[in-house]
Design a binder for this molecule. Structure first.
Ligand SMILES: *[C@@H]1O[C@H](CO)[C@@H](O)[C@H](O)[C@H]1NC(C)=O
Ligand SMILES: *[C@@H]1O[C@H](CO)[C@@H](O)[C@H](O)[C@H]1NC(C)=O
Ligand SMILES: *[C@@H]1O[C@H](CO)[C@@H](O)[C@H](O)[C@H]1NC(C)=O
Ligand SMILES: *[C@@H]1O[C@H](CO)[C@@H](O)[C@H](O)[C@H]1NC(C)=O
Length: 665
């Protein structure tokens, strides 16, 4: 809402009684002089990806087949093949599992005995019999796109198997190819690959393997991947694009509690997630309660960070889960596992683990510079003992790797060495807003804070409200100001598949074909230029200061190479505010009258959310700023977040800030 709108509203109020219209006034004084400028941490805002809510399996990882190796039902056979299902009846086929796979670490294979035939007494139904996989609540198949289906097959006779993508009831065929082979070709396990080009679109498709020929066939490791993925590396493009738009400075992965497990036997163990995808055993994540085939493994996370041009932060298991712990006297094998993981990421192609990375197609090391020893384990009995073993071994072998402790060092000093400490907060909106001052009094010496998980949760947040987002905006303004002690921050969780809402709210909501950002996602985008920018002193003068927070940064656009002064103001209150902004410390007329913009995030109701039906209900609205200048009046709607970008002529900057220190990179 612009100044004019505020005035109009106030005028109408003279005639009509309405509520919440009494505008407050406030003043913001920005000191844009060189003396006031301080650098913001170049790594301040980034991403935390956890395998929760099917964020990866059935989400960011573009694999369409769910339970591709038939391992999700456990190692004992016969086993549940869910979500695979049968096409046909007991009289036409018998489907079971056995342990005959050619892959040593995932022995379960599907055994299909076809009783019907294309001739004789038991004729197969039209379309044949077989199995289908519905993917993760439907496969998104799009017309004209190509899908690569890989499968391993063995048979006691010649085969003629149709591989097809169909609608959810099987009636509409979107693409199909036949696999035909003689008995000698398939008497042992044989890999087949077919490319299916879709001749139609359906967001809830399924993959079918069918035949009308009597015989015994085994299937294993059935994969269907779209060819069109982010940088060709297997990530769902529309979801990664939303991450790239945030210009993240780091990617923390793969959890979260996912790293710990309820029990250690179900924790994410990186060595089980690398190498050929067919050979990965997969595992049941017992915290968020679903199976992952681990196509999205340690290597793929490192690749994703590289593809986003950002720094990977690997969280590894430190021998502690939610319910069991390895004793410190026996932790060395886990320490070795972590060292091997660092070697896998950063070692030369000649090293033991670096050579495996090279064999996976990435001979150059990944730029891994940060590791976190566990997740939320500080209070656990063995944490400190185990941590110290990891710390000394890693610092000895890799002195440049930054190590993150689970213990909060913001209120009192840590009793162990660390480069950073983890800080997590999930709270109400009013608490989050007041936590803008959380780090004001943190000692300026010692390890830096990594706010690796923050979000407003509970009834204030619902499924992702404007209210939650505004409170987070206030908190992030506080982090910008305290970035000399807060080096990194990331919202959590990042993703939710709408069919598996284990945790709400989240930044990005999707199903097989649709997606939207919650208001919390959009708030983060307001901060994408902050990392590495210069922050100025900005002082608010108001009668009721509690509901306003503001910051001012100088940043340089990598798109137009121009320099902007960005002033962000959260109005957390229910009153309209007439804000007079004064920028001191610039030479006269250095703010360009054109090219300045104002972006506002607000909505009619503070509890408004986005949805698949209204994905853009609460999103930033960009407009030109007509009255740009060193002194100006700006109207702030109730419950709003406003970002003003003033185009500053570089010659008028008295800060002498060189472009490198204010680059938004
Ligand atoms: C900026 O603010 C800080 C903290 O409020 C203060 O210590 C410092 O002196 C201020 N700098 C200038 C140039 O006013
Ligand atoms: C293979 O099966 C398809 C049906 O999926 C059928 O149209 C085709 O004639 C079969 N080919 C042979 C050689 O049996
Ligand atoms: C079947 O193939 C596997 C490798 O996939 C091989 O180890 C095995 O010797 C083969 N068996 C026969 C009988 O050829
Ligand atoms: C995705 O969600 C929307 C909104 O709920 C729904 O209309 C659509 O059918 C869903 N898509 C699939 C494939 O389930």
């Amino acid at each position: 809402m612009g100044v004019l709108d505020v005035l109009l509203c106030c005028c109408c109020c003279l005639v009509l009684p309405c509520f919440a219209v009494e505008a407050q006034t406030a003043q913001l004084i920005v000191d844009a002089s060189q003396a006031s400028g301080r650098p913001i941490s170049p790594t301040l805002f980034g991403l935390f990806f956890e395998e929760i809510n099917h964020a990866g399996a059935g989400g960011l990882w573009a694999e369409l087949v769910n339970n591709r190796g038939f391992e999700a039902g456990g190692p004992n056979t016969p086993s549940n093949i869910d979500p695979w299902s049968i096409i046909g009846s007991e009289s036409s086929l018998l489907v079971s599992t056995d342990r005959s796979s050619c892959f040593e670490r995932n022995k379960v294979a599907l055994r299909m005995e076809v009783l019907c035939d294309s001739q004789g007494a038991n004729i197969c139904p039209a379309g044949g019999v077989g199995i289908y996989n519905p993917g993760f609540w439907g496969m998104n198949v799009e017309k004209g796109k190509t899908y690569s289906v890989t499968l391993y097959v063995r048979s006691s006779g010649a085969i003629n198997v149709s591989v097809s993508l169909t609608s959810s009831n099987g009636l509409q065929t979107l693409a199909a190819e036949n696999i035909m082979a003689s008995v000698s070709e398939v008497s042992n396990w044989t890999k087949f690959n077919v490319l299916l080009v879709a001749k139609g679109t359906n967001p809830s498709s399924r993959l079918q393997l069918t035949t009308a020929r009597k015989g015994l066939i085994w299937f294993d490791q059935v994969s269907a991947m779209p060819l069109d993925t982010y940088k060709g590396h297997g990530f769902r493009k529309d979801l990664v694009d939303m991450l790239a738009d945030m210009k993240p400075q780091f990617l923390r992965f793969p959890g979260g509690c996912f790293v710990e497990g309820e029990w250690l036997r179900n924790a994410f163990r990186w060595k089980e997630t690398i190498g050929q995808w067919e050979e990965r055993p997969g595992h049941f994540g017992d915290v968020w309660m679903y199976w992952t085939d681990d196509g999205l493994g340690y290597f793929e996370f490192l690749q994703l960070a590289e593809d986003l041009g950002t720094r990977p932060i690997w969280v590894f298991n430190n021998g502690i889960s939610h319910n069991d712990q390895v004793d410190t006297s026996n932790i060395l094998p886990f320490v070795q596992e972590a060292l091997d993981g660092i070697e896998f990421a950063t070692g030369s192609p000649d090293s033991t683990w670096g050579s495996i990375r090279a064999a996976m197609g990435h001979p150059e090391p990944f730029d891994l510079r940060y590791v976190a020893v566990g997740n939320e384990d500080c209070g656990k009995k063995n944490y400190r003992g185990n941590y110290l073993k990891f710390y000394s071994a890693i610092k000895h072998a890799y002195p440049d790797i930054q190590i993150i402790s689970n213990c909060d060092g913001s209120s009192h000093p840590l009793d162990h060495p660390a480069d950073l400490y983890d800080f997590h907060v999930y709270t109400s909106a009013s608490n989050m807003f007041s936590m803008a001052h959380q780090f004001d009094r943190t000692p300026r010496k010692g390890p830096k804070a990594f706010v690796s998980e923050y979000a407003v949760t509970g009834k204030d947040a619902g499924g992702g409200s404007l209210l939650a987002a505004l409170a987070e905006a206030g908190f992030l303004i506080g982090l910008e100001k305290n970035s000399d002690v807060v080096e990194m921050a990331s919202y959590a969780p990042l993703f939710v598949n709408a069919n598996n809402k284990r945790w709400s709210p989240d930044a990005i909501v999707f199903n097989s074909s649709q997606l939207y950002g919650t208001p919390s996602y959009w708030v983060q985008c307001f901060f994408s230029e902050s990392s590495g920018a210069t922050i100025f002193n900005a002082t608010l003068q108001t009668e009721s200061s509690t509901s306003l927070l503001a910051s001012a940064i100088l940043w340089k656009s990598s798109e137009d190479q121009k320099t902007y002064l960005r002033i962000k103001i959260v109005n957390f209150g229910s009153n309209i505010v007439n804000l007079r902004i004064r920028v001191d410390g610039l030479e006269p007329n250095s703010v360009s009258m054109s090219g300045s913009t104002k972006t506002v995030l607000t909505s009619k109701n503070v509890m408004d959310e986005n949805s698949f039906d209204e994905p853009k209900k609460v999103i930033p609205n960009l407009g030109l700023l007509e009255n740009a200048g060193e002194e100006m009046d700006v109207g702030l709607s109730a419950h709003s977040f406003t970002s003003i970008d003033l185009l500053v002529e570089p010659s008028h900057l008295t800060t002498g800030a060189d472009s490198s220190s204010i680059s938004s990179s």
